[in-house]
Ligand binder design. Structure first.
Ligand code: AAO
Length: 493
């Protein structure tokens, strides 16, 4: 399907070719380093992400935001200008990061806020020193003034597309993307990022903008900067945040011709299933069979920075680092399955759902510390450094380009499947598996990358002996730390 899209793109205008993630061929997954500083992201690309096969990083918003009392994480979703200068760093740190990450094959994706500016707080100051009078919608550092905005009606009816797109989301000053002047400012901002080496954008609150306006704005953005290793003519990857769990006036499908779209049904359903509220056996038609968007436009995740803390959509079934066994199983399934473009969440620990990232007394973000066993300290959870998660990123890379085959299930809470002749995975969410199974792999001994991993040629976890014909004895006990076993061609002894 992606190949078809590329052909269609080649025939159509360049503006429509925003579906390719621009990752290196042997990589497939991005990680959201939520609230990380640019200098820490750069270090992480070099010391960890490249070695584990991560293909990219999603940053928190990079444009200057209003400073909000007590420094909640969500202040970053209130832009006051398009200048650099947030708690993650300024332009020089950003430029150093894109240079260093691209050099080791890790792409950078920026979360851009085009829908709105700040809430109505009256006179405000931003993280890079700009000031604004949000009461009269005056943002001199762009500059924007009242005529650049829609009226101050509130979003009250998600069944009414006009209300959702022309009114204010939680009181945030709502920009009018139909205006040529406003479009120009946005294109300049996006081009500044492209020039500095980014590979694409998350479009925040895309649902609250008219698809026709977004199409024009994104269509005017330059091709990616070849100085950072992108082929000439490459378009920025675009994934639009459109929450569509069904039953509202706006559908995700209105945006799929522009780029990929966040598939929140995936997040909601995978949480429900791995919490045991559904049977794994029903995952046999995972994807469009569950009402999701087509694979090539579906941008998927188990949790995101909103729904891990009760914002956004998905409700109480969303799995997070707080339910670690089920969470790791859901992520393993997402990464083992061919469906969608995947993102792994990397969080800071929180109890208070408003709390910002680990910071010192002056509000400066504290860097994650790195422990001897690869995990993080200083309040950072670093799910992307959990062995079961990064090893499944490696699994996804190893099986890239294959389909799912040889589906097996016990008719209830146990499943297994192959990815071509390159990988095999088994799951149990109830009962033990102890039997011969078709792994589809060439004969040999394989290291289970969940209970351990291949370290200096030695397997630190369980092994599976595969005989001629692909059969191997699989043992996965109900009471093991993780309800998953995964083997692949790059972890053969
Ligand atoms: C903050 C304060 C506000 C204050 C405001 C202005 O919290 O009290 O009024 O500042 O000063 C983030 C935070 C917000 C924060 C904002 C600005 O989450 O709390 O407001 O920064 O600082 C909608 C949007 C979606 C949005 C999501 C949070 O459609 O775009 O709300 N996500 C993005 C970002 C997010 C950010 C913003 C947008 C703003 O990811 O971090 O906000 O830049 C329904 C609709 C959804 C809607 C939800 C929540 O969902 O379908 O479109 O999301 O409601 O309002 C079931 C349904 C599901 C439904 C859900 C919740 O699951 O199936 O459809 O229930 O009812």
């Amino acid at each position: 399907m992606l190949r078809l899209l590329i052909v269609v793109c080649a025939l159509a205008t360049l503006a429509q070719c925003q579906f390719n993630t621009n990752m290196w061929d042997n990589r497939d997954t991005m990680v959201h380093l939520f609230e990380w500083k640019f200098s820490d992201v750069a270090d992480e690309c070099e010391r960890f992400l490249q070695h584990k096969g991560y293909g990219g990083v999603q940053l928190s918003p990079v444009s200057e935001n209003a400073i909000v009392d007590k420094r909640p994480w969500w202040e970053r979703y209130q832009p006051i200008s398009y200048n650099f200068g947030t708690r993650s760093g300024g332009e020089s740190e950003f430029a150093d990061m894109t240079k260093r990450c691209n050099a080791v094959g890790v792409r950078i994706y920026v979360d851009v806020i085009l829908n709105h500016m700040t809430g109505n707080w009256g006179q405000i100051t931003g993280t890079a020193g700009s000031t604004a009078d949000s009461a009269i919608k005056s943002y001199p550092a762009v500059p924007y003034s009242a005529p650049d905005f829609n009226s101050d009606c509130a979003i009250t009816d998600y069944n009414n597309a006009e209300n959702v797109r022309n009114c204010e989301l939680v009181g945030l000053r709502d920009l009018h993307q139909g205006s040529e002047y406003v479009r120009g400012k946005m294109v300049d901002f996006l081009n500044k990022l492209v020039n500095l080496g980014v590979a694409g954008f998350r479009i925040d609150a895309a649902k609250h903008m008219w698809p026709g306006d977004l199409e024009v704005i994104l269509g005017r953005v330059n091709n990616l900067n070849t100085d950072y290793g992108f082929p000439s003519g490459a378009r920025p990857y675009v994934y639009q945040e459109v929450i569509d769990l069904g039953g509202e006036g706006i559908s995700a499908k209105e945006y799929t011709h522009i780029g990929a779209v966040t598939e929140f049904k995936h997040s909601a359903e995978i949480g429900r299933v791995f919490r045991g509220k559904d049977q794994l056996t029903y995952l046999n038609n995972w994807g469009t069979g569950w009402g999701f968007l087509p694979s090539d436009v579906a941008f998927i995740f188990v949790d995101n920075h909103d729904n891990q803390r009760g914002h956004g959509a998905g409700g109480a079934d969303i799995l997070t680092y707080k339910d670690s066994k089920q969470y790791k199983m859901a992520i393993a399934f997402m990464l083992a399955h061919p469906f969608g473009t995947t993102r792994v969440m990397s969080s800071f620990a929180f109890d208070d759902t408003d709390a910002g990232p680990p910071a010192d007394g002056n509000g400066n973000i504290i860097s994650p510390g790195i422990n001897y066993d690869d995990t993080c300290s200083n309040g950072w959870v670093c799910e992307h450094r959990w062995r079961q998660i990064y090893n499944m990123v490696g699994f996804r890379n190893a099986v890239k380009g294959t389909e799912l085959n040889d589906w097996w299930s016990n008719g209830a809470q146990q499943i297994a499947f192959c990815r071509g002749g390159k990988g095999f995975v088994a799951f149990t969410n109830g009962g033990s598996i102890n039997q011969d199974m078709q792994t589809c792999l060439p004969a040999g001994t394989y290291c289970d990358v969940i209970s351990g991993g291949l370290v200096d040629g030695q397997c630190t976890g369980k092994t599976v002996n595969v005989g001629d014909g692909g059969m191997g004895y699989v043992s996965l006990e109900e009471n093991e730390d993780d309800g998953v076993l995964a083997i692949h061609v790059n972890a053969k002894l």
